[in-house]
Design a protein around this ligand. Structure first.
Ligand SMILES: Cc1cc2nc3c(=O)[nH]c(=O)nc-3n(C[C@H](O)[C@H](O)[C@H](O)COP(=O)(O)OP(=O)(O)OC[C@H]3O[C@@H](n4cnc5c(N)ncnc54)[C@H](O)[C@@H]3O)c2cc1C
Length: 380
């Protein structure tokens, strides 16, 4: 067992930390206030190579692996979760195309995404469901050399910025009701975005309702085989959950750092509050939970780098790290007292951001079901 990062990974971590202080922290509050997609920040992250870290250079990536991927997301989220979340959401389509796309699809779509020249969305959720694939109503009808897709998708993140979306729909004639996955160019006639929803936290991620009004998609844009979309979604989202776990670690670490600084500076009864046992307890709890989340996340990334499936491990990492992020930001708020509750304090934003990690890319309840099903299968 080796808990050391390689020299290359340490360099990527250091660079991401510097980038975060130089380019993310200074704009974090403004992105939150405006609740608009941060195009300039996304462009800078693209030029740093952050959208292609795990993918091979032949497909526009950096070939740096999934450990580097989580290290970068963690660093970015110390200052603003939205920055890491943009990378995480973008990698859902990237991962789908990388694992299931044809050589032509990879050249046509993945290269531009990994280089950060284009961004992508992942459109699974609908008004009636985000958890139950059987309730997906979007339809794909074969018509000559095309599919014609009709339906409505809910909470599609990155919508104002994405040129490509992986869309899940069921073929009209498929009696089994199984889903297929399609690569859709968002400039296609009939692909319409409604104004992005205003969110509690992670503002700037811009989830929006997407209308698919008879969108024509060439048959060559079908990902994998017909009716295999659910498997594609599960595989892509296993990396998405790894990203969410890294986001949670970053938010927790950011909250811990702010709390340590505040506890050293803030005085009560003539001494820093850091000397109070109650504050020490909070700091110790926070640090322990962040550290445990970090190693669960790194281990999952390590397994992915070995080529392993990580459905169970990423569910565990997301479940644990997201709970920890919510708990740690709540404790950090307590350390900050009334000042933490003020809009101009960073901790207030981290507190709001953390909650999303328990919800998107599968709520915690679903992660528990996935983990338990795996455990029961392993025992059987
Ligand atoms: C900011 C944001 C960005 C998002 N981005 C995207 C995106 O880019 N693409 C996309 O497709 N979706 C996206 N989503 C949607 C998100 O992934 C779903 O909302 C999420 O998976 C939950 O689905 P739901 O809201 O339909 O919850 P529901 O399925 O309605 O569940 C509601 C609650 O019921 C309980 N529950 C549900 N199922 C079970 C179960 N099997 N066992 C036990 N309890 C259960 C849980 O308590 C759950 O919280 C985004 C959401 C947000 C908020």
């Amino acid at each position: 067992m080796d808990f050391k990062l390689s020299e290359h990974e340490k360099m990527i971590q250091r660079t991401a930390r510097d980038f975060t202080e130089r380019s993310v922290r200074p704009v974090a509050m403004e992105i939150d206030r405006k609740c608009e997609f941060p195009f300039e920040l996304a462009r800078e992250m693209g030029s740093m190579g952050y959208f292609g870290l795990p993918y091979p250079p032949e497909y526009g990536g950096g070939g740096a692996g999934y450990i580097s991927y989580v290290l970068v997301i963690e660093q970015l989220c110390r200052a603003a979760m939205v920055a890491g979340a943009i990378i995480g959401v973008n990698s859902l389509a990237e991962e789908s195309i990388f694992r299931y796309g044809s050589k032509g699809q990879k050249q046509r779509f993945l290269v531009a995404l990994a280089k950060g020249e284009k961004l992508s969305s992942f459109a699974f959720t609908e008004a009636a469901t985000g958890s139950d694939p059987r309730a997906i109503e979007t339809r794909a009808r074969p018509d000559g050399d095309d599919y014609v897709i009709t339906g409505q998708k809910q909470f599609v993140a990155l919508s104002p910025a994405s040129q490509v979306a992986v869309v899940f729909a069921r073929e009209e004639k498929d009696e089994t009701g199984r889903l297929s996955a399609f690569i859709v160019e968002t400039s296609s006639p009939g692909y319409h975005m409604r104004h992005p929803c205003e969110t509690l936290g992670v503002r700037g991620l811009c989830p929006a309702v997407i209308y698919l009004d008879d969108v024509r998609v060439p048959k060559e844009n079908l990902l994998g085989e017909p009716a295999t979309g659910y498997g594609i979604m599960l595989e892509a989202i296993s990396v998405g959950k790894l990203a969410v776990a890294a986001e949670a670690v970053g938010v927790g670490q950011g909250a811990l750092e702010l709390s340590l600084n505040y506890a050293r500076d803030r005085k009560a009864y003539g001494s820093p509050i850091a000397e109070l046992l109650s504050i020490k307890w909070l700091l110790a709890e926070m640090a322990s939970r962040v550290e445990a989340s970090r190693w669960l996340t790194y281990k999952t990334a390590f397994l992915r780098d070995q080529g392993a499936g990580i459905t169970k491990e990423s569910a565990m990492a997301k479940l644990f790290a997201s709970q920890a992020a919510v708990d740690v930001t709540r404790m950090a708020m307590q350390v900050h007292g009334a000042y933490g509750y003020m809009k101009d304090m960073e901790i207030e934003r981290l507190y709001r951001d953390a909650k999303l990690t328990e919800i998107y890319e599968g709520v915690s309840e679903i992660q528990r079901v996935i983990i338990a099903d795996h455990l029961l299968r392993e025992k059987g």
